[in-house]
Write a protein that binds this ligand. Structure first.
Ligand SMILES: Cc1ncc(COP(=O)(O)O)c(C=O)c1O
Length: 368
């Protein structure tokens, strides 16, 4: 089976270096908030050109902690996309605020004009997602935010190393969240997350919140969380960080070949190319009116696919109380019915990619 992604393949490439780092952690005797975490935070802050990076337990916690740090809670609204992994909206609900959805455009990201129409006196923040590794239209989103004094929090969980007009994802708003879940382009062998910001007060508050609301040991200013990145994960991530640019480049090269070899296939629509953005292709997602049959056809030929995401967030059962209806966000709903992702990962061989391409080209559309 050609997998859709292959974290094991990626880790195995650098197995010796990872094992040596793991050994280093073991012998350090310091397993929580030690020098690996500090070093990882410093390297990310430097790379992104932000004052602070705060490592936490996972990407969902990163979102929750950042919302808490900005005092977003009950009675507040946060505008976000209905087409993302559920955690984006879940974090908003978990802090007591209300997610307000605005439709996406053909880039799969928030449509800034639709955001404008959702602003009310209760809106506190805009939470764009850089879906599949492509940055959202941040200039427009930041302009809208500054017109209405709103905070901008990037959900960059799928976009480490992506760029928007030359600037790194994670440095484009007031704060940003990353996930290092194993299938992400920068990942560890478990859960991990991180927040970036250049607001020193917010950074300080997040550091307090991640350690039980305490900035001085055994003295607690507020109710917080136990949400820290383990030393082990930080050590693994420090190794992966050395390779991330070459892995992202490999992803882009694979994507280029898909564009070249699949462009003329009439029943497929490839993801749009945005010239001012550098995509990292966390996922290569294509549209087709024949999704179900295509997925079946590929499976028969030993090729795995994935549907991200089969149900928009506004139509999730748990959000029935928000009162959204089918048809509220036509673009997001169309994507949830027609989009699917094909294999793309840094260790993918040219032969494997040829198999995916010929399988797609060989599909015969039958009447239905
Ligand atoms: C867009 C997006 N937001 C948030 C998350 C949550 O991250 P995590 O799984 O690390 O909690 C993910 C990843 O799963 C994601 O893809």
């Amino acid at each position: 089976m050609i997998p859709i992604t292959d974290p094991k393949g990626q880790f195995t490439l650098i197995q010796e270096k990872i094992m040596s780092q793991i050994n280093d952690v073991l012998l350090s005797g310091n397993y929580i908030l030690g020098h690996h975490v500090t070093e990882f935070e410093n390297q990310i802050a430097k790379r992104l050109g932000v004052s602070d990076a705060i490592a936490v337990a996972n990407g969902t916690d990163a979102l929750v902690l950042v919302l808490r740090a900005y005092n977003i809670g009950k009675g507040d609204e946060v505008i976000t996309t209905p087409f993302s992994f559920f955690a984006t909206a879940e974090a908003i609900t978990r802090v007591g605020a209300t997610p307000v959805f605005a439709d996406i455009d053909e880039t799969f990201n928030l449509d800034p004009e639709k955001v404008r129409g959702k602003i009310t006196s209760a809106t506190k923040a805009i939470l764009p997602v850089h879906l599949f590794g492509l940055p959202a239209d941040m200039d427009q989103i930041n302009t809208i935010a500054s017109e209405h004094q709103l905070i901008v929090i990037e959900d960059a969980c799928q976009a480490f190393g992506a760029k928007y007009k030359g600037k790194e994802a994670g440095s484009l708003g007031d704060a940003a969240c990353f996930s290092f879940f194993p299938t992400k382009n920068l990942s560890t062998m478990g859960d991990g997350g991180l927040i970036t910001t250049s607001d020193k007060n917010i950074a300080e508050r997040i550091r307090t919140l991640r350690s039980h609301g305490s900035s001085k040991k055994y003295f607690h200013q507020e109710i917080g969380y136990n949400s820290r990145l383990d030393e082990l994960h930080a050590a693994i991530l420090l190794v992966c960080l050395k390779y991330i640019d070459s892995w992202n480049e490999k992803r882009r090269l694979l994507a280029q070949r898909y564009y070249k070899d699949l462009d003329a296939v009439p029943f497929l629509k490839l993801p749009p190319i945005i010239n001012h953005s550098t995509h990292v292709y966390h996922l290569f997602s294509i549209q087709s009116d024949h999704r179900r049959d295509l997925i079946h056809h590929l499976k028969q030929l030993g090729i795995q696919t994935g549907i991200y995401y089969p149900c928009c967030i506004h139509l999730q059962e748990v959000y029935k109380n928000l009162g959204y209806q089918k048809g509220d966000f036509p673009v997001a709903e169309k994507m949830s019915q027609s989009l699917f992702s094909i294999p793309l990962f840094p260790t993918m061989t040219s032969g494997e990619q040829s198999q995916v391409i010929s399988a797609l080209r060989g599909f015969e559309v039958t009447g239905s």
